[in-house]
Design a protein around this ligand. Structure first.
Ligand code: NI
Length: 162
């Protein structure tokens, strides 16, 4: 089982690299990430969270098949925003409200290297944006004001020491 790395690991703040080879190693990585995500009750997971600095994330909403995004690009974002209380498997137990665009269009390739485009809104768009950020080393604490970021990190470190 893959370990999910926690805040403080340098891999979480690095920019991840594109995939160029689509082979069985990639398929195994996706299967292993799916297992790790389910084990920790997540709905999304990005490769850097399992120490693989590559541009890949998965989304697994309830009752939906697993979605795999490789070398993704968010090509459009709605002006309309929404607020939602987010968590992150790299910050166990920490939840706070993040404002993001309500809808996005994303282009990516699938596990066989085949391109696709998806228009998403609501929770799916939310998770896509959160996971996409991981590929650029951006964490959900970076998407709030500096004051809120400080409070969230202080709360998180208190939780770790309890
Ligand atoms: Ni996360």
């Amino acid at each position: 089982m893959l370990d999910i790395v926690k805040y403080g690991e340098p891999v979480l703040i690095q920019k991840a690299q594109e995939f160029k080879v689509f082979d069985q190693n990639l398929e195994k990585l996706v299967v292993d990430m799916h297992d790790a995500m389910k084990r920790d009750h997540g709905i999304g997971l990005a490769a850097p969270q399992v120490s693989v600095s590559k541009r890949l994330f998965i989304v697994g909403l309830d009752d939906e098949p697993l979605r795999v995004f490789i070398n993704p690009r968010i090509v459009a974002s709605s002006e309309e925003t929404s607020e939602y209380e987010e968590g992150c498997l790299s910050f166990p137990g920490l939840y706070f409200t993040v404002v993001r665009p309500f809808a996005v269009d994303i282009e990516a390739v699938d596990i066989h290297g085949k391109p696709f485009r998806l228009s998403a809104d609501g929770l799916l768009a939310r998770v896509i944006q959160h996971e996409y950020d991981h590929l650029d080393g951006v964490l959900f604490i970076d998407r709030v004001s500096p004051a809120k970021r400080r409070r969230a990190l202080a709360h998180y470190s208190r939780m770790l020491n309890m």
